[in-house]
Design a protein around this ligand. Structure first.
Ligand code: RIB
Length: 301
């Protein structure tokens, strides 16, 4: 079992399924509501743990009901929490609009206590990071904390993955600390200005990202699959009808990290990660939609 240290955010996802988003000042009737565990870091940790990895989750929570939801989720998934609880803050939440026809989503996230994660939280968890095969983070918590985690991992020779979501401007110094950066098409455009819509434009974007300092970009391309720099487009793996795409990128990242931590070569790891994402979109919710390793192996045959 490979070890993964994840720095990231847990929030409660409040998901509303409706025909369309309201315009400002308007109310629309929704079709359904569900509350589920979410947050990109936590979703990725769950995806990796369900793929069999030994996962440590570094974050901050409030001291409230949503924090209990996080601990329950991680306990079920076998994830070890490395958490500071702040009773003066709150555990975050996300408002998720799900388009009833396509399953696509639009999200507002308030990270709550996790917005106060500092570089010293990473220093306090230095051993957890140094003992992992893979360190993975995203951009829902403060940038300087992500940077410190990446530095600690890099100094210890731990593989580093940055999922640059939500999109943000990143320093060359930060990108140079990443073995893999995994933007989707929108995040790729915001990082390097290249519009990605096929394999040719994806390789062009990879070249631009490498000029910015990334060692090996992987561009996730939704229903097309994922483009691994220097290898090509790995097609998406369909597991049935798409119900909800929330967390599909997290499924990919968690699956990819678990495979790398297990010593699986990146080309095969991307294929397995596509299968993890393919299964996740056939189910509602983010964390609850992450598949077990056996399901992924069965899908790939
Ligand atoms: O990537 C999906 C996640 O983004 C959701 O679970 C939501 O919480 C936001 O963080």
């Amino acid at each position: 079992m490979g070890k993964i240290a994840v720095l990231g955010v847990f929030v409660a996802d409040l998901a509303f399924r409706a025909d369309r988003l309201p315009v400002m000042g308007e109310t629309v009737l929704g079709q359904s509501f569900a509350m589920n565990p979410g947050g990109k870091g936590s979703n990725q940790a769950v995806a990796a743990a369900r793929m069999g990895a030994d996962v440590a989750m570094i974050t901050r929570l409030g001291d409230d009901d949503f924090a209990q939801m996080a601990f329950g989720l991680w306990d079920d998934a076998g994830i070890t929490p490395h958490v500071t609880q702040d009773p003066d803050s709150y555990t975050g939440a996300a408002h998720i609009f799900i388009d009833a026809a396509s399953g696509d989503n639009a999200i507002i996230i308030a990270p709550g206590a996790a917005a106060e994660i500092t570089p010293s939280d990473l220093v306090a968890n230095r051993r957890v990071i140094e003992n992992a095969q893979v360190f993975m983070t995203q951009l829902e918590q403060p940038m300087d904390a992500a940077m410190r985690g990446l530095q600690i991992a890099r100094d210890a020779g731990v593989i580093t993955i940055l999922n640059p979501a939500p999109a943000a401007e990143l320093s060359a110094e930060m990108l140079a600390l990443c073995d893999y950066v995994t933007p989707n098409e929108t995040e790729t455009h915001s990082l390097c200005g290249v519009e990605v819509n096929d394999a040719v434009s994806a390789q062009k974007a990879c070249e631009a990202l490498k000029r910015l300092g990334v060692a090996r970009p992987i561009i996730t391309m939704g229903s097309q699959g994922a483009y691994l720099d220097g290898f090509g487009l790995v097609p998406a793996v369909s597991a049935g009808e798409v119900v909800e795409t929330t967390g599909a990128g997290d499924a990919f990242n968690g699956g990819f990290a678990a495979c790398l931590a297990d010593g699986i070569p990146p080309e095969d790891a991307v294929r397995m990660a596509c299968a993890v994402a393919g299964l996740s979109v056939t189910r509602a919710g983010a964390a609850p939609s992450m598949p077990m390793r056996d399901e992924v192996l069965a899908l790939l045959g």
